[in-house]
Each structure stands twice: as C-alpha cells, then as structure tokens.
Design a protein around this ligand. Structure first.
Ligand code: ZN
Length: 445
C-alpha cells in the first residue's frame, strides 16, 4: 500500500541535513562524533523527540531515539557517523564543505555513509510529524567508530546497551544502489550477508646469528616462503547459501549472459567464468565471496643489517565466509603455510547472514520494483565489514539497504573511501523517497 510521498520541502530539507552532516569533520581516528550527534539530538528535540546520547569514550558519542508503535517487532534505522581520513591534495574540492557541482554533492562520507544517516533522520522525523499509527516501534540508532572496528560504536553499544534497541529488524549501509551489468543491464544490490574478519600475526622462528654466516635455519626465509604460498595458493572454494543466492540473482539479472554466474557455482569452472568479467575489480570482488582470503599487510623482522633475527612475523588481514568459524578459517591458512608457525589473533569479528525470508525484505522488493520499473534486486554478500555483523549477534535481522541511484557509468567501488567521494543529488532525492516508502509502509500496514 503506497503512502503519501515526501513533500518537495521535506526532500530539500533532507538534502540540507545531508550537507550539514558532511560539514562535521568526523575523521576516525579520532572520530570526534560528539558535535554531529549533538546536532542530531537538537533536531530531534525541536521535533519533540527525546534521545539518549551514550559516550563510549570522551567525544565518542552514540545516539538512540525511539518512536512508540504497536507490538510488531521493532525496526532499527542505523548508520555510523564517522568517516575515513582524506588526502586533501587529491581532492578537487574541500572534503568537508559539502560543495555541489554538476549535480554531485561532494564530501567525505557522501556514500559511506552520511547519505543514509541523513535519510534515516528524515524518515524518522517524518514518521513522527505525520503521527501515523505505527504497528511497531521505530528506533534511530546512530553510532561512532565503524571505520576503526566499532570498539567505541556498534560493538560497544551491542555489548553494553543492547536493551535500548531490542528489535526484530534493521536497515544499515551497503545496498540499495545500482550496478551496471554487461549488455546494458542493471541490477540493484541488497546486502544480506557479510564476511567475518580475523586479523592475525603469523610468526616464524629460526636460528639467530651473525649476518656474515648464512643461517641453515632462517626465520626470514621461512616467513617469506609462507607469504609466497599464501599469495599464490587460493584458499578453498566454498559455495555458501549466501553466495548461491547472490549468483542466482545475478544470473537472472544478466539475461543471456546469465551463464557466467552459473559457471561460478562450480569450483571447476570458477576460474574460467571469472576471466569472462569485463572488469577485473568486479571479478576480484565476486571471487572473494567464494573464498576465505588472507592478505599479508605488515611485515616485521630484524633490527640490524648484520644480525640474523631469530623471529620474523607478518600481519595478515583474514576474511572468512558466513557459516565458517574463525578456527576453520585458520585451519585453511595452516594448510597452506605449513607447520612450525605461531598464529596470534589480533582482532576478529563474526560473519553475518540475514534470512532471505522476512516481511521486511518482501517490503524492500515491493518498493524497489515500483521505484526502478521492475529492475532486478539481487541479494549480495559484503566482502568487507559493516556494523551489521554486531547487530546480528543480538538477533536483529539487518539488511544493507541505503538506497541511492547512480548514473550508469559510476564505478561505485571507487567512491567509498576514495578521493572526491560524492553522491548524485537526484540519486539522493530518489533514495530518500525510496527509504521513506519502504519504512513507512512496513511500519503502518
Ligand atoms: Zn561505512
């Protein structure tokens, strides 16, 4: 059932909210989310809505507000308000001025993810203003620190204040946008799964000694050989239910070229199918949804040129698929690197998988069908990290759905964390109405 669209004034107000959020410098570290959160709290207060601000550390603010409704399971509208650092010399505009040119609004956080935060604020305030009878509570949950692992944000909120946002459903980032497909086709992604992460140290031991005497047993040599093996051998292929849903969706969306995703569903034809992708970046991303991955990033060994070190270590960014445990993932790594290494986990977080059968996902499909003229909506797996993983640990079925429409020649993967991060104004306006229809229908039917 359609609800009355947002008025043009509300949509313009939402764009201004978005631009205001972009002007707060919330680069993490240090984050310093408090001034932005205070500003949001003021907007809510002006609308007669109470909110609670919770600081996990000085300046690291999180906000919860609630609209009361009926007894259906509550929905959380959520987003992180911190952003990653900028290298201003590579930007064509001031990254914190929210400048608009050629139909694009520029700013760090424009698509990761102040656009969604602004849209959530608009939808929340509009639900309150219209005083529609809600069938469920609607919770606004804005958090700090996602870009540095959520210790001061969602993870902390889930571990310490989950009682403030008990809910059945959530909407968070990474979905609701369009990707171009070969043959002039287009698909819209909704995040239904994400990989876990396991950052660890791999350490080799050897005989220390003098650099003038080649060692029989060298820690550096053992470690570099292990790194070579990790870089050249893929960890095993796994077709998880989430990846299967993604590939089936892509196959439907790609029409006559749908055989390519179908070939990806078989370990023996995976490599061949990946070479058919026109864009190697896209192929790499698809590949990462079919394998656990372990990428060496930081190498340490030795202090002096003429001293053979007794140990050598590498930090590895490990990511593993839904359905796997950290131990199973590390076993795969051990299989590749061999025996004789210490493995110490530095930090880790679980994978997440949201069920594909909920009234909320049905609602998303209904609205997207209308808003895109029937274009395909594909469930997909985020290969990186979002706060959804923490929400899932307290049973909140969360989808990545932060709707925004890009021109077809946009390379979305370059925008988040990239130079000149930006969002199209008309795509934003389309997105806020799409989010409004989704949430308002879900909460008033
Ligand atoms: Zn983000």
């Amino acid at each position: 059932m359609e609800v009355t669209p947002l008025s043009p004034d509300v949509v313009q107000g939402s764009v201004e909210t978005f631009r205001t959020l972009l002007r707060f410098n919330t680069v993490n570290p240090p984050g310093n989310e408090r001034p932005l959160i205070d500003w949001v709290a003021d907007q809510l207060t002006a609308a007669g809505i109470e909110s609670t601000i919770l600081e996990s550390a000085p300046g690291r603010a999180n906000l919860v507000a609630r609209l009361k409704g009926g007894s259906e399971p509550a929905i959380v509208l959520t987003g992180h308000v911190d952003v990653v650092a900028v290298e201003p010399e590579h930007w064509s505009v001031d990254p914190f001025a929210a400048e608009e040119k050629d139909g694009w609004i520029y700013g760090r956080g424009a698509v990761d993810m102040k656009h969604h935060v602004a849209m959530c604020i608009t939808v929340f305030l509009e639900l309150a203003r219209r005083r529609n009878a809600l069938n469920r509570d609607v919770i606004l949950l804005l958090v700090a620190d996602e870009e540095a692992g959520s210790r001061y944000g969602m993870r902390w909120m889930v571990e310490n204040h989950a009682d403030l946002f008990e809910a059945g459903y959530g909407l968070n980032e990474f979905g609701g946008f369009n990707i171009p497909l070969p043959g002039n086709r287009r698909a819209w992604l909704v995040q239904t799964a994400e990989r876990g992460f396991c950052w660890f140290r791999l350490r080799a031991h050897g005989q220390p000694g003098h650099g003038s005497l080649p060692p029989a047993d060298s820690a550096v040599e053992k470690l570099t050989a292990a790194i070579q093996r990790l870089c050249h051998a893929d960890l095993p292929y796994h077709l998880t239910p989430a990846a299967q849903a993604y590939l089936d969706g892509l196959a439907r969306a790609m029409g006559p070229l749908g055989f390519v995703p179908k070939l990806l569903k078989n370990r023996w034809t995976e490599g061949f199918a990946l070479r058919l992708f026109p864009d190697p970046e896209q192929a790499n991303a698809v590949r990462a949804s079919l394998h656990n991955t372990a990428v060496p990033t930081v190498i340490r060994s030795g202090e002096k040129t003429n001293v053979v070190p007794g140990t050598a270590e590498v930090e590895i960014d490990g990511r593993y698929l839904p359905g796997f445990t950290e131990e199973q993932f590390l076993d795969e790594v051990r299989q590749v690197v061999g025996d004789g290494f210490d493995i110490d986990v530095i930090e880790s977080g679980p994978p997440a998988e949201t069920t594909l059968h909920t009234p909320l996902l049905d609602q998303i499909h209904e609205v997207m069908n209308e808003r895109t003229g029937g274009e395909p909506v594909v469930p997909w797996m985020l290969i990186g990290f979002s706060d959804t993983k923490w929400l899932q640990t307290v049973g909140i079925q969360t989808y990545g759905f932060s709707p925004i429409r890009f021109p077809d020649d946009t390379r979305f993967t370059r925008l988040p964390h990239g130079h000149d991060e930006r969002a199209p104004r008309d795509g934003y306006e389309w997105g806020v109405e799409t989010l409004w229809q989704t949430v308002a229908r879900f909460c008033t039917r």
